[in-house]
Structure formats: C-alpha cells, structure tokens
Write a protein that binds this ligand. Sequence first.
Ligand code: BG6
Length: 489
Amino acid sequence: PETGCLSIIVLGASGDLAKKKTFPALFNLYRQGFLQESEVHIFGYARTQISDDDLRKRIRGYLEKDGSSGISEDLPKFLNLIKYVSGSYDSEEGFQLLDKEISEHEVSKNTAEGSSRRLFYLALPPSVYPPVCRMIRQCCMNKSDLGGWTRIVVEKPFGKDLESSEKLSSQIGELFEEPQIYRIDHYLGKELVQNMLVLRYANRFFLPLWNRDNIDNVQIVFREDFGTEGRGGYFDEYGIIRDIIQNHLLQVLCLVAMEKPILLKPEHIRDAKVKVLQSVLPIKDEEVVLGQHEGYRDDPTVPDTSNTPTFATIILRIHNERWEGVPFILKAGKALNSRKAEIRVQFKDVPGDIFKCKKHGRNEFVIRLQPSEAIYMKLTVKQPGLEMSTVQSELDLSYRQRYQDAVIPEAYERLILDTIRGDQQHFVRRDELKAAWEIFTPLLHRIDNGEMKPIPYKPGSRGPAEADQLLESAGYVQTHGYIWIPPTL
Ligand code: BG6
C-alpha cells in the first residue's frame, strides 16, 4: 500500500451526512489502524465560523454512540487529528487557506521522499459540486513535486433526471478525470451486496440455475418503517424512485443480473453492469404502482398538493438471452410495516410434480441485506415423522449465528477505505449513471408532470394493495403459512 502523508478533507463538515456517516466511518477506520497518526490529517471545511474544538464537540456525540469497547482512549486522539477551516464554497480565499493548511501538514509530516495524497469528501448538496470542484482544482490539488494524488468523493443526488445529471457529470468531468471521481452508492458497500458476485460465480449450485429457464421472477425490496422525518424538504424534491430505486436497488439489480466479468477488475465489473442497464426495456405504465403514505403532506416542508411518491413498485425487463421474460420487481417504500432490504429470487414450479408441493410455495433464494444479514433458501422437504408428507423449510446461513465473532463493517467505512486505496470497483462510473437515468427519466417526468398519481396508503401498512396485485400478475407466488424467522442466539 501507498504510504506518506494523507489529508482527508470533509467539505460540509457540520452537516448531517458528515456527522452521521463520514466522521464515524473515519473514526472506525482509525480505530482499526487503517488511518495512521503519523500520516493522516483530517480537515473539516464549511461556511460557519467555528473553532477546531467546536467542530470536535459537534461530532463527538456521533462517535461516542457506537458503544464498542476501547472507545474512550481512541476518541480524543482521533478528534485531535481534525482541524477546521471555514470559508465559502465558491471563493478562492477559503480554498487557498485550506490549501495552505494542507500543505503545512504535508511539510510537517513528510519523510524524505514525501507524498501528497488528498481526498476531498463532498458531504454537500450537489448544487455546490461544480463551484467546489472548480475551487479544489484551482487551489487545492496535490503538489506534483511530492507525487501522490487528488481524489473527490461525491454522493447522490446526481441530478434529477438524465439531462441534469449529464450536465453535472460534464461540469465535474471538465475538472477531474474519471479515475479521480468516486461516486458513492452506499448500497455497494453493504456486506451482502458485496457477497453477490462470490455467491453467483464461486458456487456451482447457482451457475446452471441462474437464468430464465429456472427463475420465475426476482424481487429487490427496500422497506422502511418510518417516514421522511426531518427530511421532507429534500425528499419531496426527489421522491422514492430517485432516493432509493434509481440508485440503490438498480445497483443491486446489476449485480444479480450481470454476466460474469472477465476478471475482478473494477473496469470489467462496471462494463458488465453497464451492459445490464443498457438492456433494460422502457418501463410500461401498467407495470408501475406508486403510493404516497397518508400524513406525508402534513409535514410543513412538504407542499399540500405534493404528487411525490413515498412508495413504488416498478417492474424492469431485461432484454437479453439470460433474462427475457423474467420480471425484476423493484419495490421501495417509506412508512411501511417493517424495515428490511432483501433480494428474493423465486424459482419456477417443479415440472411433473408428484408431491403436490405447489401448495407450499416455490423454491426461493433470499439474500437479506439488512437487518440480520442472512442468506437462506426456501425448499420443500419431507415432514419429519411416519407420514410421507411434505413441508416448506429452509437452509439458513444467518450471519449472526454463523459468524459470531465477525464485525460487519459499515458501508461507508469500507467505501472510504476503497477511495484511499484507489479501488473504484464499488463506485458508480459515469456511463453507468447515465444508463441508470435513461431507464427512469421518462417515468419520472410523467410523475413530475402529474400524469401519474400515487395511491394513498396507511402508514404502517404493506403499501397500496395494487402493488401486491401487480406482483401477482407478474408471476410472483406468495408463500402462505410459512415465515422465515431469523434464528436467535
Ligand atoms: C439513503 C436515502 O440513500 O438511504 C434514505 O436517502 C434512506 O432515504 C437510506 O433512508 C437507507 O439506507 P440504509 O443503509 O439505512 O438502508
């Protein structure tokens, strides 16, 4: 691995994302020895005029929450690595000051051969990405005589539709090369999302089954049992499709549906993902159900006439040899009856069934992304006992039980480490982003224009009944009388 001075600059340091995700992830990396005191310095940058200590106080509470052991000693040491610089997002003054601070740190920490590694984490609204990127480019690039690199990390929303996203991409693209840009989709940092390629390509079980001959339908589901608390203003501008489906669920779909990459190189993987996206057929209105939960418009930051969906079920169809005819059902909703995210692959019925096992339900392969990470397979077995009768059961790999001592890293932790190591495998490439917007933009425009309306549903419910009807008409067979219960220790 590279060594030498590493500066991590968190722009928007006092904002929500920085406090809740970025700093805690950095702290966890520090505690595990991935950020060496001898090399690393962290800078917070934002407009508010506060002192280093003020910033440290603001983020401290978010780091203490963690509850793991050994925290007390590490915390002050970590906080000491953080320096605060204030300045605006579009003037050279602040960024020149920032550059001065970073350079001083580089001088003080560098050994003879030196190094200037600069990671800019934009925990900011995308509206300021272009000016901030311009300022970084003008004032804060790594010092070429020292070598090293400059990278920027950005997160959605990358625009609101194809056009605005392409505009943003070209503005940033004029300033930074693609290998310097890390577009985060934090779902790609989740343990079981990262397991997808291993499951698919390292197991003989799945190879012959993973196609239209055997799989009836695939569901990728995201549910939350809370609404848009405190984020109504942001959310209403975007809605559930832009917030969850166009990015998180679509990324998961790519990993489920893609062809085998030539090698595990970031570019090979991303090439394979782009191909899936480019094979998705236009979405049909009749394969979409939108919902908005009752009470959503009571939020003072949400307009009374809002047409924004807080729930959507959308069927995507992939036009290729492997998947023609297999519906990929993407479903996401806020304020539902449970919180979970999972991939559910449902197999076709057994031909020439002699056990009448159809009544129990179909074989399913389920990857529970969260909570209680698990991989389980629903299958029919003989009911234990004297009778020859059948019952639905499961092969269960529950992580908490199987890997009792393993700590599953937070998505952001893993992804930030990748940005330091220069591995873009789990980041969204520009052409991938474009292809993702191409799929959803026509539908989003129809919703924005009021041509499609969400159906009201009760908070704490499964969402609109029409969504379940759509699932059924797409071929999904719900299993009745069987529920998988995560094992307790
Ligand atoms: C974010 C969305 O990207 O993901 C939020 O903006 C959502 O609306 C969150 O709550 C869910 O992330 P996770 O990791 O809790 O599933």
